[in-house]
Design a binder for this molecule. Structure first.
Ligand SMILES: [Zn+2]
Length: 376
C-alpha cells in the first residue's frame, strides 16, 4: 500500500494546485517527488509551518495513519486521495470523505478496526472531487452518505469521470506508467531497475483500482446547515458560501471546537482552483474564521490551529485573482497568464511556490469566472 501510495502521487495531488508553471512531464515528476518526500518525512516541513500543536497520539494501520486529535476524533492520512476524519460516536462512526478509489476506502474501513469495533454509519463528502468521493461505492445501504445538494447534482450530471480534475489525474497515471516503462527499459543498474519496477507495479495497481470506480452520489443532501446528533456528539454540516467548488461542506464539531475544511483551505498548500468561485471563496473563508474552533483538519496537508493560515490563503486568492484580471484586460491568453503571474511573495506561507507561474487549470477558471460575471 505504501508503494501504491507513492505511485498514486498524480492522483493524490491533483486536488491541490501546483504552484508554478512547468512542462507537464516535470510537473508529474515534481508531484511524485513531492509525495515521496511528504510520505517519507511525515510532512515535517509543512508541519512546523502550519501546526503549533504538540504531536497527536498515533495509531498506525496497514495503509492509514490515525492521529487522535480529540476524544474519538482521528485524522486519517496515508491513503490514495484526500485525508479523512474518523469521528467515533457513542454508537457508530461518521467519516469525512473517503478517498480516490474503492480499494483505499476499503483499506480505511479495515484499518479503523484498530480504533473501534463500532460500524461506519455516515459518510460526509466535503465536495464532489474524485479524491474525496470515489470511495463512496464501498458502503452499503446501512451507511448514509451526505453532501451539499450542489455536490449531488455535480456527481450525477457533470460527467465527473470525463472532466477535470479527474481527467488530468488519469492522464498523469498513464503518463507515469509509460515513463517508468521507458526508464526500466533503459536502466542498466539492477537494483535501480528493481525499485523502478516496484513503482511501476504500484502505479499499475492504482490504474486498476480506478477502473472499479462507479460514481456514487450521496443519498441525502442539505442546503445551508444540517445538524446531526450522534449520541452525545453534535456534528454540524455547514455551507458557508461557494468557494473551492459550488457546494463545499465544513464539518464542524462545536463541543470539540474542531472544523474539517475539505479543500476550502489546505493550510500551507494552495488548493486546486479549477472549479473556484473566487470572490465567494474569500468571503466563505471569512465566515469560516468567525466559527469558534481551535483546530483545523484540512482535506490535504496537515492539521493547524492558527486563523492567520486561512488569512494567508485569502490573500493568495485575492492576489492571483487581481493579477490574472490585469493580464486578461491586456488581452493575454490564459495559458500565458498562467506563466506570467507571480505569487512568489506568498512563498513563506506556501512553500511549494518555487517561482513565477500558477497552475493553468486554475488560471483558466479565473478567466471563465470573470467571463461569467461580465455576462451577468
Ligand atoms: Zn478538491
Amino acid at each position: 500500500m505504501r508503494h501504491q501510495l507513492l505511485a498514486a502521487a498524480g492522483v493524490l495531488l491533483m486536488c491541490s494546485g501546483w504552484a508554478r508553471a512547468a512542462p507537464v512531464d516535470s510537473v508529474i515528476t515534481e508531484q511524485f517527488t513531492r509525495l515521496r518526500t511528504y510520505v517519507e518525512r511525515g510532512s515535517a516541513a509543512l508541519q512546523t509551518r502550519t501546526s503549533s500543536a504538540a504531536p497527536f497520539p498515533v495509531t498506525q494501520g496497514k495503509a492509514y495513519k490515525f492521529e487522535k486529535v480529540a476524544e474519538g476524533v482521528y485524522y486519517a492520512t496515508g491513503g490514495v486521495g484526500s485525508n479523512n476524519v474518523v469521528i467515533v460516536n457513542d454508537q457508530d462512526i461518521l467519516l469525512v470523505d473517503d478517498g480516490t478509489t474503492p480499494a483505499t476506502a476499503r483499506a480505511l474501513v479495515e484499518d479503523i478496526k484498530l480504533l473501534t469495533d463500532k460500524p461506519v454509519r455516515t459518510v460526509v463528502n466535503t465536495h464532489f472531487h474524485y479524491d474525496h468521493t470515489f470511495g463512496n461505492q464501498v458502503f452499503g445501504p446501512e451507511v448514509e452518505i451526505i453532501g451539499h445538494e450542489y455536490l449531488r447534482n455535480a456527481m450525477l450530471n457533470f460527467d465527473v469521470l470525463h472532466r477535470e480534475p479527474y481527467l488530468t489525474s488519469m492522464g498523469t497515471v498513464s503518463t507515469r506508467i509509460a515513463g517508468l516503462q521507458k526508464q526500466i527499459a533503459d536502466e542498466k543498474d539492477v537494483s535501480r531497475k528493481a525499485s523502478l519496477s516496484k513503482e511501476l507495479a504500484a502505479a499499475e495497481s492504482v490504474r486498476e483500482q480506478l477502473k472499479e470506480v462507479k460514481v456514487t452520489a450521496p443519498g441525502r443532501t442539505y442546503t445551508t446547515k444540517l445538524i446531526l446528533h450522534k449520541g452525545r456528539r453534535e456534528i454540524q454540516l455547514l455551507f458557508l458560501g461557494r468557494g473551492h467548488t459550488g457546494g463545499d461542506t465544513f464539518v464542524y464539531l462545536p463541543q470539540e471546537r474542531i472544523v474539517c475544511t475539505g479543500d476550502m483551505d489546505e493550510g500551507a498548500r494552495v488548493a486546486y482552483m479549477g472549479d473556484g468561485v473566487f470572490d465567494e471563496w474569500i468571503a466563505s473563508l471569512d465566515a469560516l474564521k468567525k466559527l469558534d474552533f481551535q483546530l483545523v483538519l484540512p482535506g490535504h496537508g496537515v492539521p493547524f490551529r492558527d486563523k492567520a493560515v486561512i488569512t494567508a490563503f485569502q490573500s493568495y486568492l485575492s492576489d492571483i485573482t487581481s493579477q490574472v484580471a490585469a493580464l486578461r484586460k491586456q488581452g493575454v491568453s490564459p495559458e500565458d497568464a498562467a506563466k506570467r503571474v507571480d505569487l512568489t511573495s506568498h512563498k513563506k506561507d506556501f512553500p511549494d511556490i518555487q517561482g513565477p507561474g500558477a497552475e493553468p487549470r486554475g488560471v483558466r477558471r479565473i478567466y471563465q469566472w470573470m467571463d461569467e460575471r461580465e455576462k451577468r
